[in-house]
Write a protein that binds this ligand. Sequence first.
Ligand SMILES: Cc1ncc(C[n+]2csc(CCOP(=O)(O)OP(=O)(O)O)c2C)c(N)n1
Ligand SMILES: [Mg+2]
Length: 795
Amino acid sequence: MEPSTNDSLQLQELSFENFRNEVLKDYKMSFLSREASLIGRKEVLTGKAKFGIFGDGKEVPQVAMAKFFKPGDFYSGYYRDQTFAFATEAASIKEFFAQLYADPDVKHDPHSAGRQMNSHFATPFVNENGEFLDLVNRKNITSGMAPTAAQMPRSVGLALASKLFRNSALLQQFTTLSNKGNEVCFSTIGDASTSEGHFWETVNAAAVQQIPVAFFIWDDGYGISVPKKYQTTKGSISEALKGFQKKEGTTGIEIYKVKAWDYAGMCEVFEAGIEKIRQTHTPALFHVEEVTQPQGHSTSGSHERYKTAERLQWEREWDCIKKLKEWILENTLATEEELSNIESETKEFVRNEKNNAWNEYLQPILLQLEKTKQLIEQLVDLASNEGLIKKILKDLSFIREPNRRDVMSALYKCISLAGLQSGSSEAEKYYAELVKENNALFNTHLYHEGVGNTLLVEGVQVEYAPEAPTLNGYEILNKYFDQLFLNNPKVIAFGEDLGYIGDVNQGFAGLQAKHGETRIFDTGIRELTIMGQGIGLAMRGLRPIAEIQYLDYLVYGLQPLTDDASTLHFRTAGRQSAPIIVRTRGHRLEGIWHSGSPMGMIINSLRGMYVCVPRNMVQAAGMYNTLLEGVDPGLVIECLNGYRLKEKLPSNLSTYRVPLGVAEIIRKGTDITIVSYGSTLRIIDEAANYLEMTGISCEIIDVQTLLPFDLNKTILQSLKKTNRIVFIDEDVPGGGAAYMFNKVMEKQGGYKFLDVAPRTITGKAHRPAYGSDGDYFSKPNAEEIIKTISEMMKE
Ligand SMILES: Cc1ncc(C[n+]2csc(CCOP(=O)(O)OP(=O)(O)O)c2C)c(N)n1
Ligand SMILES: [Mg+2]
């Protein structure tokens, strides 16, 4: 039935009222966020917080954008997006201040437990068992990072996941991870950060793959002090990107331009633009121009130093909140008075929430301080110099805004001055309690700490049938991956040349044809975003194996691994995980670019990942299985020269598991312990065969994983027997071998069992020269090992 004229009038009024309320809500939200920025800056300048970076000037674009961010969607952005976080209810004002104060209580700062600077938000993705939550019915904010454009590469994976969920029949069953691939990834970036290669690689990867990502560029004309003319071709990112514009029948992206002060315009463009992305999976870029920055870049320094008076004046006039207010008044959506009521209400709310956050932050420290002072008072008489303790006590009373470290430092010194050593005094017991408490607050979650920790995955012994065939290494892997893809629908593998030809060493040969292009596929030459793609897919609950073609090129993809994958779990205090498996092949082959073994660099930049260095392909398979059982990210470096070596085919290849951190004695001996891993073991074996003929018996230990390292102290046990030890690898001097040396000597206490000086044998400091002779003279060779060990036997 048609509505009567009266009904339709009522409906119109209703929809006008709804519209008006929506606009006023957005005004209020923008104002609220601005107030948080203004107060936040003061909190830093008065010393309550250490550093602040705020979203002032970007409020209105972000309330507009937040309207179209639906449950199930993903956000990967940067430190300017507090308004978006408030508007999507991902963060509260109180949480915002808790993070500003670095409150380590996860209940107060659920985004990072005080581990990140302010405006680095995150919503929970995994529970304490490492299981993924229902991500479909919540708005998902991936944890922010400070390095400019670091949020870009993972956007590729976050968006690609939607495409895979939409197109792969096998993935339809995971209804808490995706609703038929309808999720859009919102990715924000500052204008200046688009100068980073990360941005270009990401836009290209998104455009080529046609994945649902919305890029928002907050163009305020500056990257700290450096203006656009030094950043962007033609001074406009949307102009510079024109060749990426999608046309009929091509790949590409949609490009939209809007003005940050044009509330109505942005709502219209974002609504239609996001809907199109959701429907078609064509990525889009929203170039938001004429953005301002009322308080300048951050609390370190003022923008008067580099912005002209005219620019500053323009920024004041074109402030997005001021313009929104004018627009509301012009359109008679509210009166001055109504808006001013909203403003004063909001100001008070923010002030109160700030105070609440501060009190909650301070309360536990004040309690610690009180108790510590009482305990110290009892120590005064015990010290030979009681004046010193009294001074510490007095200083403690003068601290206006105490930190946990002030408490710990005073208590430790007083315990020491009082000569307490029993461990049973009240002061010592309390100190021990605080050590434990602070460790739990500040030093946890580098890896998953619940049942999903990969270290808890038990090993499974390898089994061989009596007539087990002998195959090339690559054939072993090929059989392994085939079974893996049959057994685990969440596993996805991709990389350069990995799909159609099945990788450069045929580990995946024939498997794309068998398991499908949504599971095993090629990528462009873009290591950085291959890693980002893996991280994003892993964050969406899939189990990507992301390939770097050669270990030497891991450096191209290292930034997302070290800054994102390795820190994600830590920086969210266990609330997000990216269990990416990075597969690569390396160590000794040929020349400067195909035989690198930069293990020191890798293990020191990837704390937070597990690093596996299998000696052959059966071991590699066992390590993939172990990593896939846990929820931590891992790197597996296969031996580049091992694909054509013969290995026996196990009968339990798909269930065989190599436990992480368990070193294996691969040759028993009595005179010297040789510690190594990967392809170097073959050179060592050659040396050991020779040494045996000369009467020297070598015990060779394969550490198997560098992170973690020999958890059972297998090496120490061996050293206790041989009293001689040498660490060998192909890295530069002071690299991987020095790491192993440190672990055994210092951590395992190996120095106590030495009869002769321990040694490391490594590659040269330079890159390996080309050819067989280059290899011989650049990398550790059998003769060098024989010579060193023979000398050690004579000492
Ligand atoms: C890789 C890296 N280089 C430098 C910095 C220091 N830095 C922080 S923000 C910034 C400017 C970013 O400008 P833009 O992308 O325009 O964002 P805006 O702050 O203007 O919103 C710089 C240089 C950084 N965080 N990361
Ligand atoms: Mg900028």
